[in-house]
Design a protein around this ligand. Structure first.
Ligand SMILES: [Zn+2]
Ligand SMILES: [Zn+2]
Length: 131
C-alpha cells in the first residue's frame, strides 16, 4: 500500500462524518500537501473495490465514504446531506421469500433514513408552512 493510500484510509477511519472526496482531500492535504484531488479519488475507488471502505450512494447528492464497513444503517439530512450512523437500527426486512418479477434472487438490502439534522431543524421549521 502506498503512503498516500494509507494516509487516506487512516484519516477516513478517524472520522464518523462520512466525508465526500472533497472533504477528505482537504483533510489529507494537511499531511500530504502535494496530493491531488485526482489521486484522492483514485485511491478511494481502489479502497472501495478492495472492500476496505464503503461508498454511500444516494441519488442526487454527492458521494460519501465510510471507513466503517460493518453493515450499518444511515440517516441523511434532507437539507444539508449530512450523514450519521444509526445507533439503534431497527431490523431490516428479511430477504428470503421476496419475489420480484424479472429477478432471479435478491442478494442485499440497503436502508437509508431521511432526517433533518439539528443544524437544519430551525431553518426547516421556518420554511414549512404553518399548520
Ligand atoms: Zn442538515
Ligand atoms: Zn456509516
Amino acid at each position: 500500500m502506498t503512503r498516500q493510500r494509507s494516509v487516506i484510509l487512516e484519516e477516513l477511519r478517524k472520522v464518523d462524518t462520512h466525508p465526500t472526496a472533497d472533504d477528505l482531500y482537504n483533510i489529507v492535504r494537511m499531511r500530504l500537501p502535494h496530493i491531488s484531488l485526482g489521486t484522492v479519488y483514485r485511491n478511494l475507488e481502489y479502497l472501495v473495490a478492495s472492500g476496505e471502505i464503503a461508498r454511500l450512494e444516494s441519488a442526487g447528492s454527492s458521494m460519501r465514504f465510510d471507513g466503517d464497513v460493518s453493515g450499518h444503517q444511515h440517516v441523511r439530512c434532507v437539507h444539508c446531506g449530512r450523514v450519521a450512523d444509526l445507533v439503534y437500527p431497527p431490523a431490516v426486512p428479511a430477504l428470503h421469500g421476496i419475489r420480484v418479477e424479472g429477478f432471479d434472487k435478491i442478494v442485499g438490502v440497503r436502508v437509508e433514513f431521511d432526517g433533518v439534522c439539528e443544524r437544519c431543524a430551525p431553518r426547516a421549521d421556518a420554511a414549512s408552512p404553518p399548520e
